[in-house]
Design a protein around this ligand. Sequence first.
Ligand code: G3H
Ligand code: ZN
Length: 284
Amino acid sequence: AFASFKEVLLDGYKNGYAVGQFNMNNLEFTQAIIEAANEEKSPVIFGVSEGAIKYMGLDYTVAMARVAMESSKVPVILHLDHGPNRDLVMKCIKAGFSSIMIDASHYPLEENIRLSREIVDLCHSVGIEVEGELGRIGGTEDDLTVDERDATLAVPAEALRLVQESGIDALAPAIGSAHGPYKGTPELAFDRLKEIRDLLPGTPLVLHGGSGIPDADIRQAISLGVSKINVNTENQLAMTHVIREVLGKDANVYDPRKYMKPARDAIKEVVKEKMRLFGSSGRA
Ligand code: G3H
Ligand code: ZN
């Protein structure tokens, strides 16, 4: 069976490491991520966004994650990333997802609390745990784009209300990271993160936009209560870079395995590095 989201995150929270959420975009991502987790003996979270579900199909998504989980000894979680509404949440639960993110961060606080509460009630009644989001994380992920000017940091007092009033099991506060590649060096608001951590002792925090953040900042975030870090873009960049390289070198290549295999290896290397950086290696 898939592992418990809360248990996995709380172990990281208590022991000062973070579990990586690596987004699943196709078969090669799935294989690369689980192989990395096996070799690193690390717990792992497959994150699947609405766009990725549209691309892979819900049944293929769950089937691939299940095969990965069943073939592995490490704790594996299948998590809906940035769940937009009750409808998709229901579909994912029925299909076999093991945890859910409800992203109502674009709504005013009251509506964020209301929708998150509704999803928590629904999910908890079937033993599924929930991640919520506060503030607006900038950048682009799939169909979700938040303009830099619209990105806002999470307000600590609101974080307290969202967690207490909705009952979410983990909180993703916007602290200045962004989805997609960074233009410059990201500046994380560690003061906010610390305030939020102090207001919400025991609540695992989630860092989105984990690609391209300097190692020292990742370590500092983990020391301030971050126990789940989401990575997608660095894997996408690694895969695409290799494919470009292989095709650029030899115009006669036509067998997709000739470039997909090294591309898959490149993703695996990125994931392994992240697991070491996050401190999740050797925890499974
Ligand atoms: O939800 C997914 C992650 O936040 C992706 O972040 O674009 O920096 O890899 P990333
Ligand atoms: Zn995200």
